[in-house]
Ligand binder design. Structure first.
Ligand SMILES: C[C@H](N)CC(=O)SCCNC(=O)CCNC(=O)[C@H](O)C(C)(C)COP(=O)(O)OP(=O)(O)OC[C@H]1O[C@@H](n2cnc3c(N)ncnc32)[C@H](O)[C@@H]1OP(=O)(O)O
Length: 135
């Protein structure tokens, strides 16, 4: 029988504030996307196991394109494997809107198609069924 949690997808969208710009060209650091992956993975764990879960590790992280301050990013996590307490997630962070400072200070546009900036495979661990983390 197929586990109903397989394929579950959670999506978050976030405006990248200028306070997070870290490198030339208003780029954010790579860890910014990992923070967003932690948040979307947390909602996955709440939906699958009624617990925030803990990130155990990443087996793959790829930075395909920069994320810049002023971007709107869409972060997605999809459950690809359900273990006893571990759940493997396919993660992606795509830029869906971006500023156009060449037009005006506040000009921005929707990117169609979005730019896939970061992908990863990660594993979260939840408490055993019926056991809370404190027990
Ligand atoms: C998503 C979060 N809400 C947000 C975060 O990002 S939390 C911040 C970063 N993470 C942490 O601070 C977690 C620190 N680590 C731990 O607390 C523990 O290492 C752990 C809870 C993640 C695992 O410890 P433990 O419960 O003792 O693990 P085990 O009993 O050995 O294994 C349980 C299952 O987890 C699988 N597993 C363990 N470590 C890894 C790993 N590094 N990579 C992949 N999988 C791992 C293990 O195979 C077991 O799987 P099954 O239950 O058989 O499916």
């Amino acid at each position: 029988m197929t586990d109903s949690r397989l394929g579950l997808t959670v999506t978050h969208r976030r405006y990248v504030p200028y306070s997070h710009a870290h490198y030339a060209g208003n780029l954010v650091d790579g860890a910014y996307a990992l923070g967003l992956f932690g948040d979307v993975a947390t909602e996955v764990c709440i939906r699958t196991d009624s617990d925030e879960g803990l990130f155990a590790g990443y087996s793959d992280v790829r930075f395909h394109a920069p994320i810049r301050a002023g971007d709107v990013v869409q972060v997605t996590a999809q459950v690809s494997r359900v273990g006893t307490r571990s759940r493997t997630l396919e993660l992606s962070c795509a830029v869906v809107c971006r500023g156009r400072p060449d037009r005006s200070e506040s000009a921005a546009e929707v990117l169609d198609p979005p730019i896939v900036a970061v992908t990863a495979t990660g594993t979260v661990v939840v408490p055993a069924a019926g056991v809370s983390r404190e027990e």
